[in-house]
Design a protein around this ligand. Structure first.
Ligand code: MSP
Length: 523
């Protein structure tokens, strides 16, 4: 089955931070999980290169916005490569194919009477790039600091008849045709709809104010509003209205998107209001609406990360310091789906050291070492079984089930908890079975073989279930188990007891998760 997944496209007006990295790693984890299930996956991500923010920051640096956004785009590309993201499509909004698609859509909407031009005088937030109304004022009747500099301007602009679609949208949200995960976010959307009803969306910016955007095909004095441009990336790069002979994907095959992964700040109004209404105006039905997967934020000691506070965490540096596996693991392990979490390097180290280095790392190391020492690195035939081993197999079945259930709900943290429970059980099993004593007793050889089989087989399962989260560590485990051929085409549904055949020869153990040791004088 096709599985089309996208993330928000990041503003190319700076370097990627930990929040960007989380969202992209989450997208990669879900994509890899779906591939493991055997789905035909297309993972699209990219950068948002137009708009006032990019133009302003470029001006400050004294360079052209095109040069500036390209320079930043490279930082994102480099980091995604370092973090092992396996994406199929890369969306850059300055791409000619995207521009052509946006212009085609604008032309069609204008011809069909969905757009109109009018003069408007009002307050405008430079930071948020939007006009403000009284609804945006705080209790003191002022525009709060979140809006940055607010200026009063009068100008003619083009509007999209958003208000013609909001009744339809309310129905579509209420019927769950526009699916929003986690479900508690649906209330935010319905509330926002109450605030929006009756208003239209300004979709242009006069070139005197903003040059850095896609020109309106029917009015060359204007460029397209950055959100109207950026949202279209989800379909333009999926092949919507593509040119003859284009190498873009087959839109009819991939659409609608199974998951648009976005942060909670861009759910309303852009993704849950503008976007479905834009699609509806283009002729998409409620059955062709994407599913919105809304994640929470990584904060720093309860505070928002921001350049002005100076608390921005650099994922590139963390990956160099602790390794890609440790960073990927932490980013999806220590944040419940949909909720916020505090980014804490000490927890990154602690979780890596306990759950990966101690629990899984030791299980792997001990299992391979003892198989080598006691059984000549071979898993012999055995007919031995006991209650403890049955319990281990039950724990395995339950953990795979719980893992899968949570992954289906995009709750990676919960899926990992299920897997880690099983790993702990396996370590306890080794302690209780004491293979080092069985090895000394001739009459216990059958039991020894069964015990070693159970733990080595469990390492293979762990590697498979961890492959979406820490793909490179998973590959190393599989390599040490000498199970590459056995697992290369394996699907999640094949992840049942007995992957390793009798007589299987195991490899040499090498630490996959070396403990992170922090020098006293390091912070
Ligand atoms: N360019 C727009 C999105 C356009 S999508 C058609 C944008 N860019 S952004 O760079 O500001 O944010 C990109 C994504 O990163 C958003 O989904 C946002 O929620 C997410 N995050 C930004 N900071 C974050 C955290 N501190 N934590 C988690 N995710 C955060 O919005």
């Amino acid at each position: 089955m096709p599985y089309f997944i996208t993330t928000a496209i990041d503003y190319a007006n700076g370097a990627p931070h930990i929040g960007h990295a989380y969202e992209k790693v989450l997208g990669d984890v879900i994509s890899r999980y779906q591939r493991l299930k055997g789905e035909d996956v297309y993972f699209l991500t990219g950068v948002d290169q137009h708009g006032q923010k990019v133009q302003q920051t470029a001006e400050k640096e004294g360079i052209h916005p095109a040069t500036f956004s390209k320079k930043n785009t490279k930082k994102f590309l480099k980091l995604w490569e370092k973090l092992g993201l396996q994406y199929d499509g890369w969306a850059e909004t300055t791409d000619e194919r995207h521009k052509a698609c946006v212009q085609k859509i604008l032309t069609k909407l204008e011809a069909e009477g969905q757009l109109y031009k009018k003069a408007y005088k009002g307050f405008y937030s430079v930071r948020q790039e939007q006009f403000l109304t009284d609804k945006e004022k705080n209790e003191q009747g002022e525009f709060g600091s979140e809006w940055g500099e607010v200026v009063e301007i009068e100008e003619e602009n083009w509007y999209f008849k958003l208000s013609e679609h909001t009744d339809w949208l309310r129905q579509t949200v209420e019927n769950n045709d526009l699916e929003i995960t986690p479900a508690f976010r649906k209330a935010d959307v319905l509330n926002a709809l109450d605030r929006t009803s009756g208003t239209d969306l300004c979709i242009s910016r006069p070139k005197e104010r903003l040059r850095w955007g896609i020109e309106l095909p029917f009015d060359p004095d204007y460029v397209t509003y950055v959100w109207f441009d950026a949202l279209i990336n989800y379909i333009s790069f999926a092949g919507y209205e593509k040119a003859e002979g284009s190498d873009l994907p087959d839109f009819d095959y991939w659409w609608p998107a199974n998951a648009h992964i976005i942060g909670k700040d861009i759910l309303v109004p852009p993704h849950a209001i503008y976007w479905p209404c834009m699609l509806h105006a283009m002729g998409f039905s409620e059955k062709q609406m994407p599913t919105l997967l809304v994640h929470g934020w990584w904060n720093i000691r309860g505070e928002k990360m921001s350049k002005s506070i100076g608390n921005v965490v650099d994922p590139d540096e963390l990956a160099d310091r602790f390794g890609v596996d440790a960073l990927r693991y932490y980013l999806v392990r220590d944040i419940p789906m949909g909720k916020d979490s505090d980014f804490d390097v000490e927890r990154l180290i602690m979780l890596f050291n306990t759950e990966l280095a101690n629990d899984l790392g030791n299980l792997l190391n001990r299992s391979l070492n003892m198989t080598k020492r006691f059984l000549d690195a071979r898993l012999p035939e055995t007919s031995y079984d006991d209650e403890e081993s049955q319990k281990l197999r039950k724990s395995f079945t339950e953990s795979v089930h719980a893992y899968q259930e949570s992954m289906e709900l995009y709750d990676v943290a919960k899926a990992l908890a299920a897997l880690n429970n099983h790993i702990s059980f396996c370590n306890g099993y080794l302690e209780r079975q004491r293979p080092w004593e069985l090895a000394k007793d001739e009459s216990q050889q059958d039991r020894l073989a069964a015990v070693m089989y159970h733990v080595v087989e469990s390492c293979a399962h762990a590697a498979i279930l961890l492959s979406p989260i820490v793909p490179s560590a998973s590959a190393k485990i599989i390599q040490q188990l000498q199970a590459e051929e056995l697992t290369s085409h394996l699907k999640l549904s094949d992840c049942q007891w007995g992957i390793l055949p009798t007589g299987h020869q195991t490899g040499k153990p090498k630490p996959v998760f070396p403990r992170i040791e922090i020098e006293k004088n390091e912070d």
